[in-house]
Write a protein that binds this ligand. Sequence first.
Ligand SMILES: Nc1ncnc2c1ncn2[C@@H]1O[C@H](COP(=O)(O)OP(=O)(O)OP(=O)(O)O)[C@@H](O)[C@H]1O
Ligand SMILES: [Mg+2]
Length: 307
Amino acid sequence: MKRNIFQKQDDSEKSGSEETTQQESAEATYASVLTGDAPAGELTDVINLVNINQVYTQHNTQNVVFKDFCLDVKDIRDRGQFITIMGKSGCGKSTLLRYISGLQEPTSGDVYIYGKKRTDKDRIPMVFQQYTSFEWKTVLQNVALPLVLNGVPGDEAEARAMEMIKIVGLEGHEKKWAKYPILSGGQLQRVAIARNLVVNPQILLMDEPFGALDTVTRKQIQVFLRSIFENAKIDPTIIFVTHSESEAVFLSTDIFILDSGPATVRHHFVIDLPERRDDSVRYSGEFTEYVNKLGRLLEDLKNEKKP
Ligand SMILES: Nc1ncnc2c1ncn2[C@@H]1O[C@H](COP(=O)(O)OP(=O)(O)OP(=O)(O)O)[C@@H](O)[C@H]1O
Ligand SMILES: [Mg+2]
C-alpha cells in the first residue's frame, strides 16, 4: 500500500501497556514498537533493522556500537506513531537514524522499509539539529528544491511548496533568504521541516531538531510539530531523537531508552496522554509523572556501572 503523509486513514486505537523493560541479553537485542494486539498478517512493518553490527576501530581499539541489534517498528492500524529515541551521548541514536535514512550503512546487517530491503535509491528525509537550508536560496526555493530535483515542473513545484509553507506558518516569508538572522532559528527549522515534508514522506526522521532553540520557541515548535502529526492525512511514522524528557513526553506515542556499549533497548514507554495535545497537557499530573519517571531512568542508566 503506497501512502503519503497527507492521506488520512480512520481514527485511532491506543496501545495498552505503559512500559515494558527489556533486559540486555547475550542474544540479539530485540525491540518492537507494537505492544498491543495487531491484526495478524495484514500490515507490513514500517521499519526493520535486522542484526545490525557497527564496529569502529581507532588506534587499535574497537568501539562496538551495535552488536546484533534488531528493531521492528510495526505499522499500527489507524494510528500514527511518534517514536522518540533517548539515551546517553554516544549510545548510537544518530547512527540509527542514519541507517534508516540511508546516509550510512552498518558494518553488517539489513534495513527494511515497508518490508523491502532499503536500496541506495531510498532516502528517508531527515531534519538535523543544525539549520540545513541553502542560505543563497529563498524560503520558497528551499522548500521546492526536493520536488525540482525529482523532476516536478517548476510551476507545480512552487505551488506545492507554497502549500507546505502555509502549513508550517511561514506564509509571507517565502521570498526571504533562508538565512539567519533574516529568519529566526525557529523559522529556519520550519523551513527544514517543510522541505522534508513537501515530498510527502511516509516516514520522517528528526535528530535533535530543536536542540539549538530557546525554551519558548522550542515549546512553540513542539506544539506545531505535534499538530502536524495529529492533522496529517495519513498515520505517519516520525522517529525523533532528543535529550529533553519533557519534549519526549509531549510529542511521543512511544519512547525507547537505549543503553550503550553495545546499544540495547532498556526501556519502552507508551505515552498514554490525549491524542490532541496543546500546552495545557504540560500542566497535567500525568505529564509530570512521565517526565519524572523518564528522568530517573535516564539518570540511573548514566550512573550504572558496567562490568
Ligand atoms: N565515523 C566515526 N568514526 C568513529 N566512531 C564513530 C563514527 N561515527 C560515530 N562513531 C561513534 O559511534 C558512537 C555512536 O555515535 P552517535 O553519534 O550515533 O551517538 P548519539 O547517541 O547520537 O550521541 P549524541 O547524543 O551525543 O548525539 C559514538 O561512540 C561515536 O563516537
Ligand atoms: Mg546524536
